[in-house]
Design a protein around this ligand. Structure first.
Ligand code: SF4
Length: 457
């Protein structure tokens, strides 16, 4: 099993990695299948199922699917061009992806929200169809968006396809226990083992350049969010708050006015800035998902801007350590809210961030594993119930609180020896089982919890 740093941290667009990025990636894959087909296609159709149907409008799944079928991709997405293209498609009813003829597509009739039929493989299913001149389906594929922007076809899901098809890596740990055993045997940190794995796949220069870009996009996203103001789209009239909190914190600085716990407001402001950008459809990095994208950058920014002795040269180790933990959670449980609730998204993000912070503050591998476990343990059972299906309430604030828990978890772990009661592997397995037992109402369907108890019109 090898999940790269670049599997966990993908540059994309908001508001959701599973509901926005995933469908756009699926559409790109289907266009490739059409390009490879030995016959000409004349039109396109798409149906969304399960959670993609129930919370699709709030998560912009419709827009992402249409834009994906028009040839847009999360990594290279330009918002202005996308808006212009959506407006054109609405009136022209044609798509013009590169390498294919003009394709008929009427968003009103060719994009179907199928609320009645969930697909068997995963809560986030979609079927993409190409049609001939008569409108009959001549090519069809089912895709599942399994969280964090990962997409599998029906056959790949059935085959249990891991994302790994490359050569073996030097430290192929599949559990936290294996990771600690390999760290002890090699004398290396978790980051050093993960770096060796990454370099064996990507080469040193490529790995460094891409990792630097990941952090640049993350920190730029914080800055854009802190500069933002106004009301978020979607109809809930949720105000952007990160900028105002940040301005107040800057004004209080040096005046001896603040209580010590004010540091939590800094951490929250950084996280909320990212998630407000995400809710506005801006550019974010999955960490491990869009909905949980604020936790890790906020924790890293807290470290760089507020912890004495912090150094930008530690960013890579932070990301490597966090990705190692995220890979374990994804491989052994889930990072998808639609599969296991918010414990899998914000919980996983907090575990990753806690591990990263603990590592760059000098934690041993055992302390790092402890930090991840503390952070995940105290998110167990957390449901996913976004109001009106928008990744805004409770998601934005929740990222702030997730980051605060991550910082506390790292701090507690650093005050111990690494010896602790609940192993991270047991905690990850508990999260998997809890997710399995959780009612579907609490798995990104907006059919339970806050989504039905908060008046939202
Ligand atoms: S409640 Fe959590 S899992 Fe659900 S959309 Fe919000 S951040 Fe994602």
């Amino acid at each position: 099993m090898f999940l790269s740093v670049f599997d966990m941290f993908k540059v994309g667009i908001g508001p959701s990695s599973s509901h926005t990025m995933g469908p756009m990636v699926a559409a790109a894959r289907f266009l490739d299948a059409m390009r490879a087909a030995p016959f000409a296609c004349h039109g396109l159709r798409a149906s969304l199922h399960g959670s993609l149907a129930f919370t699709g409008v709030g998560h912009a799944t419709d827009r992402a699917t249409i834009l994906g079928l028009a040839g847009f991709h999360p990594e290279t997405y330009v918002a202005e061009a996308a808006e212009a293209e959506l407006a054109r498609i609405k009136t022209d009813h044609t798509l013009h992806p590169d390498g294919l003829p003009a394709l008929r597509f009427d968003p009103d009739s060719d994009l179907i929200f199928d609320y009645d039929r969930a697909l068997p493989g995963h809560a986030n299913g979609m079927i993409l169809m190409a049609t001939d001149a008569q409108g009959d389906v001549i090519l069809q594929e089912t895709y599942y968006s399994i969280g964090g922007g990962f997409v599998l076809t029906e056959a790949e899901l059935e085959a249990g396809k891991a994302t790994d098809e490359g050569a073996p890596v030097p430290y192929p740990f599949k559990s936290a226990a294996e990771m600690l055993d390999m760290a002890r045997a090699s004398g290396l940190s978790i980051a050093a083992m993960k770096r060796a794995n990454e370099v064996s796949r990507h080469g040193d220069i490529n790995f460094r350049t891409r990792t630097a870009r990941i952090w640049q996009v993350m920190t730029d996203c914080i800055d854009r969010g802190l500069a933002g103001d106004g009301i978020l789209p979607g109809g809930l009239k949720v105000k952007r708050r990160a900028g105002g909190i940040h301005r107040a914190l800057l004004a209080e600085r040096g005046q001896n006015l603040s209580a010590p716990h004010t540091i939590n407001d800094w951490i929250s402001a950084y996280a909320m800035a990212v998630n407000e950008e995400n809710a506005a459809g801006g550019q974010v990095v999955t960490a491990p998902t869009n909905g949980a994208a604020g936790v890790l950058p906020a924790t890293l920014r807290y470290y760089l801007d507020h912890v004495p002795g912090a150094a930008p040269s530690h960013v890579e180790d932070f990301l490597l350590t966090a990705a190692a933990i995220g890979g374990l959670v994804k491989f052994n449980a889930s990072i998808s809210g639609a599969e296991a609730g918010c414990q899998a998204e914000v919980g996983s993000a907090a575990a990753m961030a806690a591990a990263g912070l603990c590592a760059v503050m000098g934690g041993t591998p055992e302390q790092v594993e402890n930090a991840a476990e503390i952070a995940l343990e105290h998110h167990l059972g957390m449901t996913c119930d976004p109001v009106r299906g928008l990744v805004q309430v409770p998601c934005i604030e929740r990222n702030g609180l997730g980051a605060i828990k991550a910082v506390s978890a790292a701090s507690l772990a650093l005050r111990g020896t690494g010896d602790h009661f609940v192993p991270l592997d047991a905690c990850i397995e508990t999260m998997r089982q809890t997710g399995q037992d959780m009612s579907e109402k609490y798995k990104e369907t907006a059919l339970g919890g806050l989504a039905v108890n908060v008046p939202n019109c």
